[in-house]
Design a protein around this ligand. Structure first.
Ligand code: UFG
Length: 331
């Protein structure tokens, strides 16, 4: 009888966490979830085991790890993740995101499990050079970005002094659904561009374009959108790379598609893919939005032997399939 390797997934009832659990289960792993359901959805847990706890509590975190023998890997997604809200509530963001990472790093070390940490391009702030390499200085401009940078530093201490094997994956802009549109993005409130564009197409509020006077080719902000399936594949590759003998040689990797796309580009592509008009209106700049964020993904490609495969059209089409399908029953 083969014994499946257990992977503990914090934030496992959230968008990226639950998508990752689905793919890991299909790849012969045994995913175990942890979530405090502050934003994660109970209906998404399904048949999986889930510990309902706050990772900012050291004892509860260590207990959950002890109750899950045979953990070989941990993927730490759980975090408060709204940039704008973090400016309003810096204490909550720093306390929750940094403390939970401290406890997860300690518990992962004790379990002798490797750790993949969900970091963000927000650690770079407004970069001086593009595309952004991992060596680009981290100068976060929001408490959210600062907390992610601190969380990376916390993990680094366990790597250096306690032998933890870990990797920070710095995501750019994930979008789309997977598993035949059974797992996808459903935030309340929804602030992200692609879900809001699809919602505008479906008769929701017209999409507000936050600023068209940026120093970019068409004046709207440029981002690096990555399909959730490609993002999840990077996590599976990261777990396998960490589990292999020898180190990865790096602490952090950018995970994007490596392509810049403007807000106008997204609207245009959505109109083509969805086959209709996307109602929109101009709005002032959203505070804190950097004009352009595009990843240099050469390191991730070479170290993880991974490559993003899906297009912007796939992200829009797959989000639409999810939001008009299974997601309707979850609202
Ligand atoms: N945008 C609009 N209208 C909307 C929503 C977004 O014009 O209704 C624009 C934004 O101004 C931005 C772009 O679309 O220029 C993308 O915005 P998103 O909110 O989808 O994503 P962000 O780039 O703001 O956020 C991402 C990650 C965060 C990370 C941040 C770092 O989701 O986790 O990048 O800047 F912290």
């Amino acid at each position: 009888m083969s014994i499946k390797k257990t992977i503990l997934i914090t934030g496992g009832a959230g968008y990226i966490g639950r998508c990752t659990a689905h793919v890991l289960a299909n790849n012969g792993y045994h995913p175990v979830l942890v979530d405090n359901f502050s934003t994660g959805r109970r209906a998404m847990v399904g048949e999986l085991t889930c510990f309902d706890l706050d990772l900012a509590d050291r004892k509860l975190t260590l207990d959950a790890f002890r109750k899950s023998p045979g953990i070989v890997g941990v993927i730490h997604f759980a975090a408060k993740a709204l940039v704008g809200e973090s400016v309003e509530k810096p204490y909550e963001y720093l306390r929750n995101n940094v403390l939970s990472t401290l406890n997860v790093a300690e518990a992962s070390t004790a379990a002798k499990a490797c750790l993949v940490h969900s970091s963000s391009c927000a650690v770079y702030g407004i970069p001086k050079e593009l595309p952004i390499c991992e060596s680009t200085p981290r100068v976060p401009v929001s408490p959210y970005g600062a907390a992610k940078a601190m969380a990376e530093d916390v993990i680094a201490q366990f790597v250096r002094h306690k032998g933890l094997k870990a990797l920070n994956l710095r995501y750019f802009n994930p979008a789309g659904s997977l598993g035949n549109a059974q797992y996808g993005e459903l935030h309340d409130p929804e602030t992200h561009l692609i879900p809001n564009v699809v919602s505008a197409f479906l008769g929701g509020k017209p999409i507000r374009i936050f600023g068209d006077d940026y120093p970019t080719p068409d004046g709207t902000c440029v981002r690096d959108y990555i399909h959730i399936e490609d993002l999840v594949a990077a996590h599976v590759a990261a777990l396998e790379t960490l589990a292999a003998p020898g180190g990865t040689g790096v602490e952090s990797l950018n995970i994007g598609a490596g392509k810049g796309v403007s807000v106008h580009d997204v609207l245009e592509t959505a109109a083509t893919v969805l086959g209709g008009n996307i109602p929109h209106e101009m709005a002032p700049r959203r505070p804190g939005d950097p004009p352009e964020l595009v990843a240099d993904i050469r390191q991730a490609k070479s170290i993880l032997r991974w490559e993003p495969k899906k297009s912007l059209s796939d992200m829009i089409r797959d989000h639409h399939a999810w939001i008009t399908g299974r997601a309707k029953n979850l609202l």
